[in-house]
Design a protein around this ligand. Structure first.
Ligand code: PGA
Ligand code: ZN
Length: 420
């Protein structure tokens, strides 16, 4: 049973405030969890409560912390920590809004994750097993974001993320080695060409490339130079985060750096086709803006049998939008981010909906992260087969990879590793 709940304002990997929640049970168990924060957020995400005053440029989270310590703690103290669903729905009711704007999704998610960790600890189970059962043995393929653009870097690349996908590796440990080695080779190539080797928010390099194509070509070159076969050992995944280069009109995209300038949804779909013919790409996320549902459906009809088409900003881990997406064949996969919806229970419901529809689901960190490794355990528990949690540098990203190495080791021979 929950004895007490406490919260602190801490900093995330961008130096912005975020919420950490501590939960203590009557049996002496003590656990804490920290909440991540996105930059290229979808419009319909659950609300991250910020103070909006003079501290931290308005980004303080003292109100969210206060909501945990007072309203939420009062309601949950004495409840059974293993009753995750009951606890999460108590908070949802307490908040009473559609987007958790009263208490803040950052307050609610912090409690939700900390309760899950405390319950697992109290039952003496690893978190992945507590949330996923004894069959949770599949370690996700690490889709490593090694080149950053868009809103995650101050460079000239429009597309937000270029990821390396080591689907041909025999294990997570080897897959991680493949991508980390390629990361170092890419650094060398950038250096040789006089391009910047500084990194973006998720630890990927952020060079000023002359076009988006030039960015992907650098990556393919790095894969080959590292001694791997593009398309066989390692493939590429792209996240356009297309909202960030789409104006208010859904058919008005502006690809400044490709030299293509203004584009329609159809142009962008055709451009993807060119890329798919040329490059070993196996997954494409947010190819179009979140308001461009028709474009998404066209894109999926055209390429859905060749690649995984992931909706992030368009679905925001919300079963209301995922359901609509399944009906309209808007995509064939959904990005899963705990803080887009705000509780562990609702995130699991989103995963379940995808699974039942035969969709894939892609577990994800945020561009603003902490050293918390909840995501690593959660990804194993959800059995999604792949996750994205950044590059081969920046401690907040590495913490998740290291936890996955630990889980694979702990499962000693029982673990699985496969793309599908
Ligand atoms: P965000 O980016 O965390 O800044 O929203 C991640 C993504 O778009 O997938
Ligand atoms: Zn995305």
């Amino acid at each position: 049973l929950i004895e007490s709940i406490y919260a602190l304002e801490i900093l995330d990997s961008r130096g912005n405030p975020t919420v950490r929640v501590y939960v203590e049970l009557f049996d002496g168990t003590r656990a804490y969890a920290s909440v991540p924060s996105g930059a290229s957020t979808g419009q319909n995400e659950a609300l991250e409560l910020r103070d909006g005053d003079e501290r931290y440029g308005g980004k303080g989270v003292q109100k969210a912390v206060e909501n945990v310590i007072t309203t939420i703690a009062d309601a949950l103290e004495g409840m059974d920590a293993t009753q995750q669903k009951e606890i999460d729905y108590t908070m949802i009711e307490l908040d009473g809004t559609d987007n958790k704007s009263k208490l803040g999704a950052n307050a609610i998610l912090g409690v939700s994750m900390a309760v899950a960790k405390a319950a697992a600890q109290s039952l003496d189970l690893p978190l992945y097993q507590y949330l996923g059962g004894t069959n949770a043995v599949r370690i996700p393929v690490p889709c490593m974001n090694i080149l950053n653009g868009g809103e995650h870097a101050d460079n000239s690349v429009d597309f937000q993320e270029f990821m390396l996908v080591p689907h041909g590796a025999p294990s997570f440990k080897e897959g991680l080695r493949y991508v980390a080695e390629t990361f170092h080779i890419l650094k060398g190539i950038l250096k040789e060409r006089g391009l910047a080797t500084s990194v973006g928010d998720e630890g990927g390099f952020a060079p000023d490339c002359e076009s988006n194509e030039a960015a992907i070509e650098l990556i393919i070159e790095a894969i080959e130079k590292a001694g791997y076969k593009p398309g066989k050992d390692l493939s590429v995944a792209v996240d356009n985060a297309a909202n960030s280069f789409c104006s208010n009109l859904k058919d008005n995209y502006d690809l400044v750096w490709s030299g293509r300038g203004k584009m329609t949804s159809d142009d962008l779909i055709a451009l993807t086709g060119e890329w798919l013919d040329k490059y070993p790409i196996i997954l494409w996320e947010d190819p179009l803006a979140e308001k461009d549902w028709d474009g998404f459906a066209k894109f999926t009809a055209k390429y859905g049998d060749r690649i995984e088409v992931v909706g992030d900003d368009i679905f925001v881990t919300n079963t209301k939008y995922i359901k609509e997406g399944i009906e309209k064949k808007t995509a064939n996969s959904c990005l899963i981010k705990l803080n887009q919806i705000g509780t562990v229970t609702e995130t699991i419901e989103a995963v379940r909906m995808c699974r039942e529809a035969g969709w894939r689901y892609f577990l994800s960190h945020r561009s603003g992260e902490t050293e918390d490794t909840f995501l690593a355990d959660f990804a194993v528990a959800m059995d999604g087969g792949h996750l994205k949690t950044g590059s081969a540098c920046r401690g907040e990203r590495i913490a998740k990879y290291n936890r996955l190495l630990e889980i694979e080791h702990e499962l000693a021979g029982r673990s699985e590793y496969r793309w599908k």
